[in-house]
Design a protein around this ligand. Sequence first.
Ligand code: UTP
Length: 406
Amino acid sequence: MNKYKILKGKLTQYHQEHLLSFFHQLKPGEQEKLLEQIEGIDLQEMEVASRQFTSHRIQQQAKITPIDYESMPHLSKTRRKKLEECGLERIKAGKVAVLLLAGGQGTRLGHDGPKGTVSLGDSSDQSLFALQAKRLRAVEEKAGAKIPWYIMTSPSNDDETKAFFTKNDYFQCDPKQIYFFQQELIPTITSAGKMILESQSEISMAPNGNGGLFSSMKSSGVWDDLQEKEIDWVFLNNIDNALVQVADPLFIGFAEESGAEISSKAVRKRSPDEKVGLLCLANGRPSVVEYSELDAKEVIDQMLINANMGIHLFHITFLEKAINSSLPYHFAHKVIPLIDEYGQHVQVNSPNGYKLEKFYFDVFPLAEKMSVLQVEREKEFAPVKQKTGEDSLESARKRLFKNTKA
Ligand code: UTP
């Protein structure tokens, strides 16, 4: 039996045979490419994900309670010094690595290219990638040791990201300390769970969310590398915070001292209805709860004030559990370019389909304990989510400029 027949049979079994509707109108090269794309899709996983989608609304509510935290401004000078020394010692001993999440599409910002290439000033020296590299080098200098830097991209932005690093001479980092690895893509779906055709010969795909991190660490060899290097702590951060203190030694000392498997930095929530995830306990386990899952009253009642900044230290024992676990999918309602049943491109102006995303923090309940350090928003948090307004390129520029002047 030829490849077409086998795949058609499989697709029919999973009610996705529409993907081959235009097959016979395609050129031989396009036919081959489409069959290859279908072969690369885990149809069973898609089926499970679609089922999660339809049962999404009837999930059981967990009991949400606040999590203990310490506040940076309240730490004494002596304690800060002690924590920082401890962190620097861990770095010097080669026990710390940094992992940057840079696989997102940054659709809200609408920048042409990977988000890390956005500049806060007028040159690539002040791009988000450059700022993080500069801070990493400053810590390395203080500790007198190199820190391995793992950067997660996606097939949609990997080439451009690498080219940006090469063009900018790796921002004076040692190219040997940087390891790029890619997360996976997954098909987008309609509300009926059907995969979407972006053209007659191509299935619409999107990165599988930052929670794709764990399976990709395993498949790319990052996990083996961490073990070979005998790393104890992985510092995880987002690409979009212009003020992130990469590999902050004080925070590493804090994590080490707390004995928790995860340590997270937080900022105080601006208002009960701020659209941000909250660090908390869910049924007594470490968690991040999304703003969409809580109402403002619950936030006040529960005194949930620690907003997730996407800055964490993962102990290797926690990572081992994380890479062997499977995460659920979340469904992001988005504008997805597609064709109609006649094979014509459709003009889409409002969300018409769903991207399937895993969130890295869905594995947090596997940790025995999470310690939280609340830091000052003005000093450490300037996320670039959109061009103007709150959490924007504009507001991040202002905060960064204020901090460099201070
Ligand atoms: P966001 O949730 O802000 O998503 O990512 P985004 O893709 O950057 O922006 P929008 O929602 O499309 O506007 C938070 C962090 O998670 C990473 C991002 O690169 C950012 O560092 N991320 C997100 C990934 O690494 N992979 C993904 O699939 C999604």
